[in-house]
Design a protein around this ligand. Sequence first.
Ligand code: GLN
Length: 273
Amino acid sequence: MTVEELIIYGKQFVHSTHAKMILADLLGVNSLELLNYLKQKVEEEIVNNYKQRINALKEKKPIQYVIGNVNFYGNQFKVNENVLIPRFETEELVENTLNYIEEIFPSNNLKVIDLGTGSGCIGITLKKKNSLLDVTLLDISKEALEVAKENATNLQTEVTLIQNDMLENLIDKYDVIISNPPYIKENEEIEEIVKNNEPHLALYAGIDGLDCYKKILKEAPNHINDKFLIALEIGESQKEDIIRLAEEIFPNAVMDSKKDLQGRDRMIFIYQK
Ligand code: GLN
């Protein structure tokens, strides 16, 4: 079959943009370049692979898992069912954190830990943006860490990887703790496509969705230096609860919250200069 025929085939089942994205990815070109090859014949093996992927998409798999990678802050990250699909809001968490780092710390040789790193998108992006940072990626899931490791290698970033349950029993101290932990309430309604495909370990965090924040904040004092920054992505209704928790543990720290581009409270920064 030709490129054109394959696009027409795909369009019967899924959105044409998605059909083109899948084919372009398989052929190693971008969706626009694809249009230069419309009459070209495609190898049997790629045709079969394409049809399987169209089918997976038709069966309501997220496009990011079907293609197997996603763009985050300008870099391609591999993703699969073992990791959460990186979201736009998380790019904002990274961007704001880079600004806070500059504001809070006079030097650049900082130790940073990304808790619940998943694909590694947060920690790897920080390292790419500021190569002087000493970055550790941590996750409880071995399978997630394998993805993070592959991403670190593909993107040529030197990072340390640790399999652990948050900060429990770690010895090192850090200047920056950053995390986009699971924060959905056990009984909360979420989109079907998310619930049916993304790892529940990365989504749910107890009855009030606060389990991971409680764990991070409780353990943090033993794992941070005098000057520190804790940067957290949060659910839009969790700001007050998390600030209250943080104030009990860090009565002298500054607490800022930030809204995402859609105007929802989605980030908290706790720091001491
Ligand atoms: N840190 C990863 C991300 O931001 C994974 C987050 C998670 O699994 N809760 O995408």
